[in-house]
Design a protein around this ligand. Structure first.
Ligand SMILES: [Zn+2]
Length: 320
């Protein structure tokens, strides 16, 4: 049996966690400066990320594609359905521009463009890594706007204000702010083994951390314990926060944790998972490195699950 006697696996340099460490300065004070925002159209450094629901529009290039368009270029692609101000990149204004899904689909016919989804862009590294955080910001914001055109208090049509960072209801005066949905994602550990599951949506060989939405009135630690008990029948004790990651599918905030299992007998929730089992560190190391003898894998480095699993695999002593 492999396990506790083998040396700690060497997984090489730590990869970057996708969508994090944004280069964008959000300059919230500029959101109220309508004169300055209007003048950005004439600023030669201004660029927009153009998004049609799930599809991102890129300029085709040899090597990395370019996801940014001048205001003039963006206007020529398709009519904008919404625009939000993302912030400044080295002093240069950055916007997110929504176009319709049908217009994005039509742009696929153009040879000078690549139109594809953000997951593919991130996993295949189709654009420079510095573009992933503003793409996540733009995609999550534009999704929120698309679903909040009407006041949730009185049903009236709302107006976009503050450069996209608020919607205001002219009828009842309630203000609506962009939201993000917190999700806990955890590796539950029992002794020297970690718990991974498979969702029916996964590729056939892929195993990952359990995850679930934080519910209203719930602490992160309690959400970790509830989700692990619901999905796996495992009661958890201590919970330790590790990392977070914006996850714009469509507008989540992933909160990565390790959790201490108090029992190891499993009772799988068949509505959420198709498989569930305990893995050793050595087995997970081969999965992270894509060297597992049966071809089993963990999520790629762009996903927080990769980092949560790796952090445990590389740990020497007690996690908690
Ligand atoms: Zn209202």
């Amino acid at each position: 049996m492999s396990g506790t006697m083998s040396p700690r696996p060497n997984l090489g340099p730590k990869p970057h966690l996708g969508y994090t460490q944004s280069v964008i300065d959000r300059v919230a004070e500029r959101r109220l400066d309508t004169a300055w925002l209007g003048a950005c159209v004439n600023d030669t450094r201004t660029r927009s990320y153009v998004i049609g629901t799930e599809m991102i529009v890129l300029k085709r290039r040899d090597g990395l594609h370019d996801p940014t368009f001048t205001p003039e270029e963006a206007r020529k692609l398709a009519p904008a359905t919404e625009t939000v101000f993302l912030g400044l990149h080295d002093g240069a204004p950055r916007f997110g521009t929504a176009i319709s899904a049908a217009d994005a689909e039509a742009l696929k016919a153009r040879d000078d463009l690549v139109v594809t989804d953000l997951r593919s862009i991130a996993i295949q590294g189709l654009v420079g890594a510095e573009h992933l955080p503003p793409l996540a910001e733009a995609k999550a914001m534009l999704h929120w706007h698309a679903r909040h055109r009407f006041c949730s208090n009185c049903g009236s049509k709302t107006d976009i204000t503050e450069a996209g960072w608020k919607r205001a209801c002219p009828a009842c005066k309630v203000e609506h702010f962009p939201r993000t949905d917190p999700v806990v994602i955890m590796l539950t550990v029992h002794g020297d083994r970690g718990l991974l599951g498979r969702s029916g949506r996964f590729a056939a060989t892929m195993w990952s951390c359990l995850a679930g939405f934080v519910e209203p009135g719930e602490a992160i630690e309690d959400a970790v314990r509830r989700e692990t008990l619901e999905e796996a029948g495992v009661t958890c004790g201590r919970v330790k926060y590790l990392y977070s990651q914006p996850w714009p599918f469509p507008m989540s905030m992933m909160i990565g944790c390790h959790a201490e299992a108090l029992n190891d007998n499993l009772m799988m929730d068949k509505n959420e998972l198709v498989d569930l089992r305990w893995f050793t560190k050595d087995e997970c190391a081969t999965m992270l490195m894509r060297q597992h003898p049966d071809g089993l894998t963990c999520p790629p480095p762009v996903a927080i699950a990769h980092h949560i699993i790796r952090s445990w695999v590389e740990s020497d002593g007690a996690l908690f």
